[in-house]
Design a protein around this ligand. Structure first.
Ligand SMILES: *[C@@H]1O[C@H](CO)[C@@H](O)[C@H](O)[C@H]1NC(C)=O
Ligand SMILES: *[C@@H]1O[C@H](CO)[C@@H](O)[C@H](O)[C@H]1NC(C)=O
Ligand SMILES: *[C@@H]1O[C@H](CO)[C@@H](O)[C@H](O)[C@H]1NC(C)=O
Ligand SMILES: *[C@@H]1O[C@H](CO)[C@@H](O)[C@H](O)[C@H]1NC(C)=O
Ligand SMILES: *[C@@H]1O[C@H](CO)[C@@H](O)[C@H](O)[C@H]1NC(C)=O
Ligand SMILES: *[C@@H]1O[C@H](CO)[C@@H](O)[C@H](O)[C@H]1NC(C)=O
Ligand SMILES: *[C@@H]1O[C@H](CO)[C@@H](O)[C@H](O)[C@H]1NC(C)=O
Length: 430
């Protein structure tokens, strides 16, 4: 979907955003290094061609009235550029293609849109290293990302090569994934979890599509030996796809969870996209001890399911981390109130929340998130209501999530193993 925003940012609104984080108790974090994490750009190249408003899903719901142009998404880049948080790098989970029928796209269109996005990012942030991951819409036909070399992996490997090294370019070409050391002692792993995505028919019955599991395990093993810390991009494995179905096919999900538990000592954080919703998850070890923090960033574009009474506002976020051990400290989540933007005919991005402040936690380490999740489980938990409000990026204030809505949220937070997750849902149903 395309983002439906029109205006550029006036300096005043940016100063307003800035006033919030810098003048409060989190001043001491001001100097902490940061990186941007954004997801799901869904640039719509067909919009002007077809002029069919139903193709631009959000506008078809009658919510925003403005012109959903191809430039919409770039406004978030303008915002991030002007906000000038002085980030070290930029993690971007692509999904750059729009949600439109298969006939509207082709391999060439996919490559052109990704190329356009890549060049645009480089124009906005010429100095910033960027680490992209492929989304299920970054292929034609969508979701069917193959386990071997193809024209699209080849094209993205060439397009992204200025940000990568030759080894990363080679694995990207072969399987759509890569890894590289981005700071002394910090390795980034960008996974192609699309190979495990339930709707992907071309990997059905493969035990290790593109050898990614073996590669991942080898990479993590080597990192452990070299005492490197690792950040993983996009592995939306356990996110419930439907109530009893994970986004990632069950056997793949189990294998990923096994690997992540095994190497939780070297994994600093896991960063996801795809769902267009803001959520956290905590990986527990077999003794129930929290060992990994997992973050799903909401999207730059809104999406609305017919089954849900809510959507999401556009959002972008920055993570703060410790300069020496790379421990994750906090999240600054920014958003655009789309309703307001459309009413006032201008876009005013704001700070939505600072994670530690909004939830009264010390940091975003696994034990802090675990304790927070236990607070969510209490009946009529006010912190859970806040979490749910953030989940839809402040789309609708005071929309409550109770009963099975809350069960799904709370079970997904802690139980990444399919079986234990299902038990959690079943237990709450009783
Ligand atoms: C991206 O596509 C838009 C719309 O076709 C075009 O105006 C813009 O110049 C392109 N940007 C780049 C960097 O290719
Ligand atoms: C992340 O992984 C999921 C599932 O494997 C996939 O559907 C999605 O498109 C990927 N990309 C993004 C941007 O989330
Ligand atoms: C996958 O394996 C099942 C069970 O062996 C078989 O019925 C099915 O045809 C296979 N599907 C593909 C696409 O190979
Ligand atoms: C777990 O780690 C050990 C030691 O590093 C390794 O031998 C084993 O293969 C790993 N297992 C999995 C599933 O990653
Ligand atoms: C977004 O803007 C609308 C219209 O001005 C307003 O009613 C709503 O409360 C705003 N939402 C938030 C979270 O501020
Ligand atoms: C929303 O909830 C807040 C806090 O519970 C309350 O103060 C406010 O009046 C509510 N607003 C509406 C429109 O119900
Ligand atoms: C989900 O799985 C659980 C446990 O296997 C089962 O009891 C429950 O009926 C299932 N729910 C749905 C909606 O299929």
């Amino acid at each position: 979907m395309a983002l439906l925003v029109l205006l550029l940012f006036c300096q005043v609104s940016i100063l307003q955003v800035y006033a919030a984080p810098f003048n409060n108790a989190f001043k001491h974090l001001k100097s902490a290094p940061k990186f941007w994490h954004i997801s799901d750009l869904h640039l719509d190249p067909t919009y002007h061609v077809t002029e069919d408003h139903t193709k631009v899903c959000f506008s078809s719901k009658g919510i925003p009235a403005l012109d959903p142009g191809v430039f919409g998404d770039f406004l978030s880049f303008s915002y991030m550029k002007q906000a000038d948080l002085q980030p070290d790098c930029f993690v971007i989970l692509l999904d750059s293609l729009p949600h439109v029928p298969k006939e509207e796209l082709s391999t060439d269109v996919v490559i052109n849109v990704i190329a356009n996005m890549t060049h645009t990012i480089r124009q906005f942030f010429p100095q910033l290293p960027v680490y992209p991951a492929l989304g299920n819409h970054d292929y034609w036909p969508q979701d069917q990302l193959p386990a071997s070399a193809n024209a699209i992996y080849d094209a993205v490997a060439k397009l992204w090569s200025p940000w990568l090294n030759p080894e990363a370019v080679a694995t990207l070409q072969k399987g759509g994934f890569y890894s590289l050391v981005i700071k002394p002692g910090l390795r980034l792993v960008s996974l192609n979890t699309n190979l495990y995505y339930s709707p992907n028919q071309v990997t059905v019955n493969m035990t290790d599509p593109a050898g990614q599991f073996q590669w991942l395990q080898g990479t993590l093993e080597l990192s452990r030996q070299k005492m490197e810390m690792v950040s993983l991009c996009n592995c939306s494995r356990s996110l419930p796809y439907a109530i009893n179905t994970t986004a990632v096919r069950e056997s793949y999900n189990e294998q990923l969870v096994k690997i992540f538990r095994n190497y939780s000592d070297v994994v600093q954080g896991q960063f996801y996209g795809h769902t267009h919703r803001d959520r956290i998850m905590v990986l527990l070890d077999h003794q129930g001890k929290p060992v990994n923090s997992i973050f799903v960033t909401p999207a730059v574009t809104p999406i609305k399911s017919l089954l849900e009474p809510f959507s999401n506002n556009p959002g972008v976020r920055a993570y703060l981390y410790h300069p020496e051990d790379y421990a994750l400290l906090d999240i600054w989540q920014f958003y655009l109130n789309l309703t307001e933007a459309n009413l006032e005919q201008r876009s005013k991005w704001k700070l939505e929340y600072i994670m530690t402040e909004a939830f009264d936690i010390d940091d975003i380490q696994p034990h802090s998130l675990h304790e927070l999740a236990l607070r969510f489980e209490q009946p009529q938990s006010k912190v859970f209501d806040k979490y749910f409000n953030n989940f839809m990026v402040s789309y609708k204030l005071n929309l409550t999530c109770e009963g099975s809505c809350k069960t799904i949220q709370v079970c997904a937070l802690h139980f990444l193993d399919q079986e234990i997750y299902s038990q959690c849902i079943a237990k709450a149903d009783r």
